[in-house]
Design a protein around this ligand. Sequence first.
Ligand SMILES: NC(=O)c1ccc[n+]([C@@H]2O[C@H](COP(=O)([O-])OP(=O)(O)OC[C@H]3O[C@@H](n4cnc5c(N)ncnc54)[C@H](OP(=O)(O)O)[C@@H]3O)[C@@H](O)[C@H]2O)c1
Length: 437
Amino acid sequence: MRPKSDIPLHHSSRKSDSRSHSSSHCSRASPLSALIGRRRVSFASCLILLALLVVVAAPVVEALSSSTASVITGASGYVGRAVAHALIQRNILPERNDNDTTTILCLVRPSRVQEEQEYWKKQEEANNKCTTNTVVLVRPYDMLDGGTSLQEVLLGEPCVASADGVCVHHVASWFSPTDEHVPAAQGNVKGTEDLVRVLAEFKNSRMSKSNNRIKLIVTSSMAAVRATGQEPQNQQFYTHEDWNTLSKLGDNNWGASYQWSKAESERRAKQLCQEFQIPMVALCPSFVFGPLADTATSSSSFSTQLVAQWIQGSSQVQSRLFVDVRDIAQAHVQAEQEDIEGRYIVSTERRLSSAVVARILEDESRALQYTPPSPISYDAAFDGGAIPIGDKEVEAEQRLVEELGIQELQPAEDTIRDMSRVLIGMFLQKKKEDSKR
Ligand SMILES: NC(=O)c1ccc[n+]([C@@H]2O[C@H](COP(=O)([O-])OP(=O)(O)OC[C@H]3O[C@@H](n4cnc5c(N)ncnc54)[C@H](OP(=O)(O)O)[C@@H]3O)[C@@H](O)[C@H]2O)c1
């Protein structure tokens, strides 16, 4: 038996509000009892009337309600965790219909299932104000098993089979330095291909009642848009029409293999989705920075490793084009909701200089009374490569606002500040725990 955690995130206050609302009307005659009283209707007639009401009202309620399943691969990672929280947050918004039910399926490596279940259980206990009708399920997923674990979820879970809409957010991917970068990169591509094939199988299966409401959202990358140093097509800045044509698998460093894998994964996903007629959105974030959604689970994301090194002075601060993790999470939510397909760059449009980033990290360290093991330093030599630091590097924001409905991206300075606060808090906490041992 595989472990299951079916965690309803109830909005107790709204439910109890409605209960107290109806009880406060107990003393007054309801329209039904008024009708019964006036006409002296028999008990049997009353039952018939009630049955009629049920028959008439049920299809109306069904038509007004919907059930959706959002499946997130890599749900315990830095971005995946933020996507799960953003999808739950969406369901707390007042415009949501109380009859809508949402299941969020967090897919994590089999070895992480228990930890993930405990995480969501704690969230539920700590956060009673969550939405009605949202259930978080944790299920095992291995991106490299040829699609078997995903098949079990899509074809084996009743809540998915019966959902009106099913959206898969494919966030999982290898993304950290390793000498084994060639098989890791090939795994990213194969894992994506397998995922689309299983989704197509699900689409065609008789079990699924959501044939026309299946969607795939792939977390691609700016790495799929351009290789390091690649000139933009328009000679000025990158757009969603640029593709990385230069990165090579196994080009003697893990970064090149990773970049190749992101471009190839997105290309293959697009081809297969066209073949199987599955609507797809590719989100291409630049570097993702910003506060971790939780500090308890250690993320191996290269993003958090990098900024942690900068704060601790173990590597020089670099100038990177980046976007806030809260914005990429929001982009996933919007991509699921909006009737859109295609490719979106999710990024601020200009880089901050390494000097500005280093100053923010120093200010935050000082404010939190944290002394880094080595002084914070920055790379002053890098000028931005193909596009000088400070110039418009990508075109992204207008499409994000107009087509995806993102209100406004987090200012880059806030992203770095908020992330450094969380990371410094983690370092201080660890120091405290170490000193107690
Ligand atoms: N962070 C960035 O700057 C950035 C920028 C552009 C695009 N992206 C993309 O965003 C996505 C998330 O990245 P992240 O920064 O959140 O990194 P992350 O924290 O390492 O998340 C990656 C997730 O994928 C899971 N995963 C990897 N291999 C797997 C496998 N074989 N089977 C099942 N799960 C597997 C990881 O699980 P484990 O933790 O158990 O290994 C992890 O949960 C990736 O697709 C990445 O390419 C990230």
